[in-house]
Design a binder for this molecule. Sequence first.
Ligand SMILES: [Zn+2]
Length: 119
Amino acid sequence: MSDDIVICEKCGAEMKPLSDFYPIGMTCPNCGWGWATTYIDPINLDENDYRMILVSSENSLSNIKLVSETANCNYVEAKKLIEKAPVEIFCGKAVEVKTIKEKLEAANIEIRIEPEFPY
Ligand SMILES: [Zn+2]
């Protein structure tokens, strides 16, 4: 990201980046004029936090390992999480949630995402 100030060529207001996280374009907070430098998948602009809830999982070593990675805890704690499901195991941005969701679903771990996950 650069610190250069970009002035809106329509109204002269200072323009703001479209996203705080990705250098993808600028928008004018005053008149709405702007541009995107590249096409960005809307999931990358989604700044909501999504909660991932483990609904049910087989208590197998591979699943415990996955849950421990997701919840960032050790295997003993991961096993407890599986036993007390449904339980929240992750909270984060859509991009991260999508990656984790695909991994967990591939392992037949049943999860639920709140709020509703549109991707
Ligand atoms: Zn403007």
